[in-house]
Write a protein that binds this ligand. Structure first.
Ligand SMILES: [Zn+2]
Length: 655
């Protein structure tokens, strides 16, 4: 009898080999990290004697499942912010938290957490893309998982690199450290064509060729991405990638939701592996990938979970299930992607998509011993038929769940035995993840109670604090003001006409202050300039009040607004909104050696009968404010404003 290290017996071996052999009862013999024999149980047990035997009654042995697209450390952001549009989700939540919290320890812990979940879900190999990928790789090694670890490369600064030169240097070093590693393939992962540059992509292709590793990237996930590419290059992304020579590399393309027939032909011809992420595409409303068409064209389509921030779990069985169901609805055809084909995608075709089918994806002698044992004892797995030769695939794809996974072997090593994780201290990892979750939670709760923090979190804020002294009253007409401005004491410096569209975000908690989003369309000497958008935080309290209703306001934070009003609305989630539109004539003047601005406003929405005049001046100290306060009273009289019904409030409070 031949000695082996491990022997498994089960009701059925689902080999996923070329002939799709099913062996009932079957057995697998493993020596070291390699499968040495697969066959009927009686044959194998007669020929081999093992150091360790695992008898798996009422169970199926399947090739370890292959998760072709994931961002492992994002398991720590599970449920942080859901049901949001992509920009609010990304710029409002994911990027701020990544900027603040993502470091090597975060990536290591997050990977262990995700690995625990993956192994429990029968996954033995994953293709990742994130930051500090070296730490992701070391955590995968600790967990005993096989992985392609893709170091993210972008044209923007990222948590692990200030520039793309830095990220390329980090990536090269990482690839060197893991060259020929038993479990890990280190790979460059340019985020996508739109987050990189042609030069960066060319360098990535060179590097991947030099190290003979694949290139991990996102392709045509959203319709918008494709529309913009068509606008910029007059061709869709996959055609552009082909022209740029990027597909010369062994590419693993996540998503491919919006690819046309010609692009599908290119993907097939170039042997690009596609990672289909059904839950993520549904949750972010990206669309449904043309899986049936890609399969028909001969594209290798594997299945992925994507990261926890867009899923929110890493349950491979859920994804396999959806991979079989979605094409049926999409094609209005119940025979599109049958169960056996979905199982193929999760195993041998997933291996082909990762360019690793020479090592994994099926139970065959000579391949690595990556095996998953699925029990059939739970109610949802009973009874069992063998009528069509397809029943076992139906059971795996339509009925099985992650908690049916009893044992997992990776590279010949048992990592899950009787549902116990052997390589990860699960309790400790969960506890650490809970604690980190609380820290992240505090960060966001704090941010919600402070509008300034929330403004700063989305970046681009040039913080500017100003003190302004001002007075506001009624004037009979613009002409009276113009008449008054002819006074010899006044010198007009500049004169503009503008239309201001203000939206105020108002919060029930008044002490938060309020935020004004302004579109300011200025006309100078007859020319209308393109509008300026700004965001201003106003604190509720007035700093001081002087005679004649002159007030001093303080602590205004103003920043250019570089996103849409809709973005800010969804991000700040105000209790209510008010809109004020006004036509403003503004004079910047010098009076008694000081600068003032005089505004004459006609509020058009909500429509106000009278004209308002505002006189303002920047100030720096209480003494300066006091001196200017008396000048404001003088100016009021000069421009013909009535001083009986002066107004203390802002327009938004009047309407
Ligand atoms: Zn992704």
């Amino acid at each position: 009898m031949e000695q082996v290290t491990l022997l498994l017996t089960a009701s059925t071996d689902v080999t996923m080999d070329e002939d799709r052999r099913l062996l009932s009862p079957g057995a697998v013999a493993v020596r070291g990290n390699e499968i040495v024999a697969v066959g009927p149980e009686a044959e194998i047990t007669q020929a081999y004697q093992a150091d360790e035997t695992i008898r798996c009654d009422e169970s199926l042995i399947i090739p370890g499942l292959i998760n072709t697209h994931v961002h492992m450390p994002m398991s720590l952001l599970r449920g942080l912010a859901d049901d949001l549009r992509l920009d609010v989700w990304l710029y409002g939540y994911i990027l701020p938290v990544e900027k603040r919290f993502v470091n090597p320890e975060f990536c290591y812990l997050g990977t262990l957490l995700a690995a625990a979940e993956q192994i429990r879900s029968g996954v033995t190999c994953f293709a990742d893309m994130y930051y500090f990928e070296e730490d992701v790789a070391w955590a995968a090694v600790q967990a005993g998982m096989r992985a392609i670890c893709g170091e993210t490369l972008m044209k923007f600064p990222s948590p692990d690199a200030d520039s793309y030169d830095d990220s390329l240097a980090y990536c090269r070093e990482f690839l060197e450290h893991f060259r020929d590693h038993e479990l890990i393939v280190a790979a460059p992962a340019p985020h996508s064509v739109y987050m990189t540059t042609p030069e960066l992509l060319a360098e990535v292709v060179r590097m991947a060729g030099e190290f003979d590793v694949p290139v991990v990237t996102h392709v045509s996930e959203t319709k918008l991405e494709v529309t913009e590419w068509l606008k910029a290059y007059n061709m869709p992304p996959v055609v552009w990638m082909e022209e740029q020579g990027i597909l010369e590399a062994k590419v693993i393309a996540a998503h491919c939701v919006h690819v046309d027939e010609r692009e599908i032909g290119i993907l097939a011809k170039r042997g690009v592996g596609v990672a289909h992420n059904p839950t993520s595409n549904l949750k972010l409303a990206s669309g449904i990938a043309p899986v049936a068409q890609m399969l028909a064209a001969g594209v290798n389509v594997g299945i992925g979970t994507d990261g926890c921030a867009s899923n929110n779990n890493l349950d491979m069985f859920e994804e396999i299930h959806l991979s079989a169901l979605l094409p049926k609805v999409q094609m209005k055809n119940p025979v599109a992607v049958p169960a056996s084909e979905a199982m193929t995608m999760a195993t041998i075709m997933g291996a082909k998509a990762l360019h690793m089918d020479h090592l994994i994806g099926s139970i065959e002698p000579g391949k690595r011993a990556d095996l998953t044992v699925v029990e059939m004892n739970n109610a949802h797995m009973v009874p069992r038929f063998d009528t069509t030769g397809q029943n076992v695939y139906s059971q795996l794809v339509y009925a099985a769940r992650s908690n049916d996974v009893a044992h997992v072997i990776i590279n010949g090593k048992v990592v899950l035995r009787d549902r116990q994780l052997l390589t990860i201290d699960e309790d400790a990892v969960l506890e650490e993840a809970r604690q980190l979750g609380q820290r992240i939670n505090r960060f966001f709760v704090q941010r919600e109670t402070n509008l300034l923090d929330k403004l700063i979190a989305i970046g681009g804020l040039k913080q500017q604090e100003t003190f302004e002294i001002q007075v506001k009253g009624h004037v009979p007409s613009v002409e009276t003001v113009e008449e008054g401005l002819k006074s010899p004491d006044i010198r007009i410096v500049r004169q503009t006409v503008r239309d201001q569209y203000d939206t105020y975000f108002i919060f029930d908690e008044a002490s938060l202050g309020r935020i004004r989003y302004r579109e300011d369309a200025v006309t100078t000497e007859g020319d209308t300039e393109s509008p300026i958008y700004s965001l201003t935080l106003t604190e509720p309290a007035k700093e001081a009040e002087y005679e004649d209703c002159v007030v001093l306001t303080r602590a205004r934070y103003t920043a250019p607004a570089n996103r849409s009003l809709r973005f800010y609305r969804e991000y700040f989630q105000a209790s209510s909104e008010k809109e004020v539109v006004k036509h403003r004539r503004r004079w910047r003047i010098r009076y008694k050696g000081m600068n003032f601005a005089i505004n004459v406003d006609k509020v058009t929405r909500p429509e106000q009968e009278s004209f308002f005049a505002e006189i303002k001046s920047r100030t720096w100290s209480k003494e300066d404010a006091l001196r200017k306060a008396s000048l404001l009273s003088e100016l009021l009289k000069i421009i013909g404003a009535s001083t009986d019904d002066l107004i203390l409030h802002e327009y938004v409070d009047l309407v």
